[in-house]
Design a protein around this ligand. Sequence first.
Ligand code: CTP
Length: 418
Amino acid sequence: MTSAPPPAPRRRSGATARIVLGVAGGIAAYKACEVLRRLTEAGHSVRVIPTESALNFVGAATFEALSSQPVRTGVFEDIPEVAHVRLGQQAELVVVAPATADLLSRAARGRADDLLTATLLTARCPVLFVPAMHTEMWLHPATQDNVALLRSRGLTVMEPASGRLTGVDSGPGRLPEPAEIAELARLLLERPDALPHDLSGRRIVVSAGGTREPLDPVRFLGNRSSGLQGFALARVAAQRGAEVTLVAAHTAELAAPAGVRMVHASTAASLREAMLAEAAEAEVVVMAAAVADFRPAQQADHKIKKTAAGPPTITLETNPDILVELVGKRRDGQLIVGFAAETGDETGDVLHHGRAKLARKGCDLLVVNAVGEGRTFEQPDNAGWLLSADGTEVELPSGSKALLASRVWDAVARRSPV
Ligand code: CTP
């Protein structure tokens, strides 16, 4: 007779969680220290479980000091506590960073030959594998089969970043940035099913950040957009399997999300050009960028100086509405998503203005955010509504920008590909 597996541990209320951080034996193990730091600084209780080979790269003392918890690698330690079962049972999230080709293989086969793999077998919480290895190893069919198998079981295997590897090599297989790993860890704690691999093969273009309209060689008209929401949209889409291009205007110095192709733009005109070119091939287009509505009619080729005549008068002209233009040039079946940052005023509340904007812009979906002091701009969290041209309105509860992104992608994934 078979009995049902024990239920997953219930998430305790509050922001803190019991996390297991597995560390496999690759050079990227040194970056696990930064991941650990970010998780503990967010208030989580983190138990580090390295493999024996990981300790060739980072000593147990470092992990013990940073986590304030004991570090073990084998199943024959702490026998009375049955650590190889309890740690997995009690975990609310397991992150394995770096996950080497060997670790992914052992996890996929269900091996339990050390404390980390035994823990993976007893865990019933979300698991986030963060691969790091040489490109050849990552692309090898054996590794890709293991990744597909783990994903088919509902576990999350991140797309690695592309870039400098050990030695002179460069390509896909680099560990994503610790900040990015911490962001996805938070997302899985907020919503365990936020990262299904359901956008596989979908071509998506996202714009992000704020445009700058130059006045002279040193000054510009800009806005407060940090790019965080657009980057979160691109990151979550790529981790759900999409082929993502991110057209990034000015941001708070954000690194390219793992697995995302990034194109840079500065002014509304250059963003328009990049979006029209990228949208020609895309199935889904998201305009999350804060585009300047106006630009100085003239751009001085020298720094504008103070004079006795007083301040200069700056004449503005209107920039094209890129979203409206994208809607006008929409390919058959293409889905277009806009954003609306609203404050509400005497003529109506945020939602009222959002509905009017959806009708005016003609896009399929519109994410409406309430903005103002301490809300949305430059903040890690967001909330709002997702309005659809068919009249559906869904509230997007407060949470990380990655959480809001995951809700937007749910709505996109529900619509069948072109
Ligand atoms: N947008 C655009 N081109 C512009 C201005 C805005 O593509 N020149 C896009 C934004 O990327 C966003 C949507 O239009 O997806 C709404 O932007 P928002 O600034 O909220 O609206 P505006 O059109 O500027 O309207 P208003 O300032 O009157 O609220």
